[in-house]
Structure formats: structure tokens, C-alpha cells
Design a protein around this ligand. Structure first.
Ligand code: KG4
Ligand code: ZN
Length: 336
């Protein structure tokens, strides 16, 4: 069974064809990063327009790359929640038009579920239940994944996502948007004990995250140093990146550690754009080893937004009977 995935929730227009939820047949990602880099972050209205311009070609290229036509598809899967509303609506509208014109079933997919599914494509043996940590530019969620379409949320961020903190910390160091990958490299060169940044927690919730305090902490640290006349030289930048990353790693590890204790034996699955971070990958691998459980994380190209993950999750949703009518809407926020 061949599933088309369409993804347009943020700043990547993507389409992919995946066979039976596990095998990549084709994948196309058109990134808008260069446009948004001019503004230091994603501009929602520009994102919507760029999706409109790209979506037809991206889907056509994905079908051509799979050497099929839309008539060969089993279903059309589209990210409809959560994300930037105008951006989501572009993909949803296109998918509805394609479903209507081909008579194929339309399957709505939750973006975070999709990120997790990047692991199903990578590891054929991976099956729920497992503990999943999804960390991206817009989301930070610690979940108990009970089945392919059944989740229990253990913790979420109460404010900023981990990726948002990475991008703003990078910006204060003068790195271009999105700065996560550059921070990763810088952090490898610095001293993680150089600066003691806050490890924020949420009162009354041992699993929830809060990254806005850390973000502010880092920005204020850099601004204060500048006001005192310090130069943001290479050592300053790498020490800040390393110390910031250590704070993120500690925050994540503490919550994952608790989840592993609560659900002994369950594998740990990492996903989302920030799952590309080498320091986080290493720390979570160590944590899983400490608990004697398996650890899964997708290759870098499937960590960031893509449509392979949407087609994969769409397959599992389809198997559970999930279908949408042509009145399908997009939702800016939605529980997993
Ligand atoms: O999953 P994604 O492509 O989009 C959302 O769903 O939000 O994640 C993008 C985020 C950006 O914040 C980017 O800076 C971050 O992932 N990112 C990284 C790394 N590579 C990408 N953050 C830390 N370390 C990395 N190596
Ligand atoms: Zn994402």
C-alpha cells in the first residue's frame, strides 16, 4: 500500500511516498529557511505564501520520484495539526483537492505523531509501547506511546520549545536562523561548566518543561557581557553554547530518567528537529543504557520536518480507520 504524505506546518513544504508505513519510496523537502533567515525566525504569512508556491511542484516531484501517479496511491495523508494555521491550511487545502479529484481517502495526521513515526521508517522492528520524547522548534513533549495511535502525555513545555531556546540562544551569538545545528558544533568546543544556567522546573509537575527562563537567562548573560564591554569571541560563544546545551540536556535527562523508572523496560524513542543534537543524542543513549532499555532515534535527515514521517503515521492512522471528509480543517494547537 502506497501512502502520500504532505507536510506544511511550519517552514518546510514536503511530500513523500511511503510503502506500508515503513519503507521510503520518495521524499521531497523544499525548505524556506533562507527566506526566514532574513528575519531571524519564521514569519507566518511569508511561510503560508511560500507553501502555496511550492506545494504543487513538491507533490508532483514526490509522485514522479516514486514513479507513480496519484491514482496508484492508497491514501493521501496530510499534517492538519498543530502548527502555523496559514501554513497548515495550504497543505490541507491541497490534500483535500487531490483527494476529491482522485477519489482517494484523506487521512489527517498530527505533526508530533509524525515526528515519532520517523522512527518506524528507520527501525522496522520498533513497535509501541515505548517512551517518546519529541523535541523540536515548536514542541517539547514527553509521551507514553501505548499504541500507534494511542498516547498518554507525561509532560509538555509550559512555554517555549527546546528548539526555540536553541534558536534564540544562537541569535544572541550572531548565528543565522535556525541556529540549532551551529550551537551543536560550538558546544563541542566549549566548557559546559563555564556558566551555570538555570535548570527550570514547573511547580507541581515533575514531567513538564519550561525553557523560557533558560532562554532569557542566556540572552541576558550575553547582553550583560556586551554592556560591560566584553567581546563575544570564539571562547565566549563556545562556552555559552556548551553551558546552555548542558542545561537543556540536564532538563531533558531528569524527566526521561523519571519516565524510565516509572515504566521499566520500555524503549526510549527520540524525535523532532532538536533530536539531531549530538549532545542530546549521546545523553539519551547513556540514559537508556543505564536503564538497560533500547534507544531509537532517526537519522538527521528524518529528525527535522519532512513528509516521510507524515506518510508513515498516516498508514497507521489509516489502519485504525481514521478518515477525514472534505470539511477537514487545520488546528493551530491540538493534543497528541
Ligand atoms: O522538527 P523541526 O524541523 O520543526 C518543528 O517542528 O518545529 O525542528 C526545527 C528545530 C529548530 O529549532 C532547529 O534549530 C533545531 O530543530 N535543530 C537543532 C539541531 N538541528 C536542528 N537543535 C539543536 N541541535 C541541532 N543539531
Ligand atoms: Zn516538526
Amino acid at each position: 500500500m502506497l501512502f502520500l504524505g504532505i507536510e506544511s506546518s511550519c517552514d518546510e513544504t514536503a511530500a513523500a511516498v511511503v510503502e506500508d508505513g515503513r519503507k521510503i519510496v520518495s521524499s521531497v523537502v523544499a525548505s524556506q529557511v533562507d527566506i526566514h533567515a532574513l528575519y531571524g525566525g519564521v514569519v507566518p504569512e511569508i511561510a503560508s505564501r511560500a507553501h502555496c508556491e511550492a506545494v504543487c511542484t513538491v507533490v508532483k516531484n514526490a509522485l514522479d520520484g516514486a514513479n507513480i501517479t496519484a491514482g496508484d496511491l492508497t491514501a493521501i495523508c496530510v499534517t492538519n495539526r498543530p502548527g502555523l494555521i496559514g501554513a497548515l491550511l495550504t497543505g490541507v487545502s491541497y490534500a483535500k483537492g487531490l483527494a476529491y479529484s482522485t477519489g482517494k481517502p484523506l487521512v489527517p495526521v498530527h505533526h508530533i505523531r509524525g515526528h515519532i513515526a520517523a522512527n518506524y521508517v528507520t527501525f522496522e522492528q520498533l513497535k509501541p509501547p515505548f517512551i517518546a520524547l519529541v523535541i523540536s522548534g515548536g514542541h517539547t513533549s514527553l509521551l507514553l506511546c501505548k499504541d500507534y495511535t494511542e498516547y498518554e502525555t507525561l509532560g509538555v513545555t509550559r512555554d517555549d520549545a527546546a528548539g526555540e531556546a536553541f534558536d534564540k540562544a544562537a541569535r544572541v551569538l550572531g548565528l543565522p536562523y535556525p541556529g540549532g545545528a551551529a550551537m551543536d558544533k560550538l558546544a563541542s568546543l566549549g566548557d559546559k561548566k563555564a556558566i551555570k544556567f538555570s535548570r527550570c522546573s514547573v511547580e507541581g509537575s515533575e514531567y513538564d518543561f519550561s525553557f523560557s527562563g533558560l532562554k532569557t537567562n542566556v540572552i541576558n548573560y550575553a547582553h550583560t557581557a556586551q554592556q560591560k564591554g566584553a567581546e563575544l569571541d570564539d571562547k565566549f560563544k563556545s562556552d555559552l553554547a556548551a553551558s546552555f546545551t548542558a542545561a537543556v540536556v540536564d532538563t531533558i535527562s531528569k524527566r526521561l530518567d523519571l519516565a524510565c523508572e516509572r515504566y521499566p523496560g520500555l524503549p526510549v524513542v527520540l524525535a523532532g528537529g532538536v533530536a539531531a543534537n549530538s549532545h542530546i543524542r549521546a545523553a539519551v543513549a547513556d540514559l537508556a543504557a543505564k536503564h538497560g532499555v533500547e534507544f531509537f532515534v532517526p537519522p538527521l535527515k528524518l529528525c527535522g520536518d519532512n513528509a516521510v514521517m507524515i506518510a508513515s503515521q498516516g498508514y497507521f492512522e489509516y489502519q485504525k480507520g481514521v478518515r477525514a471528509d472534505l470539511d477537514l480543517n487545520a488546528q493551530a494547537s491540538a493534543n497528541v
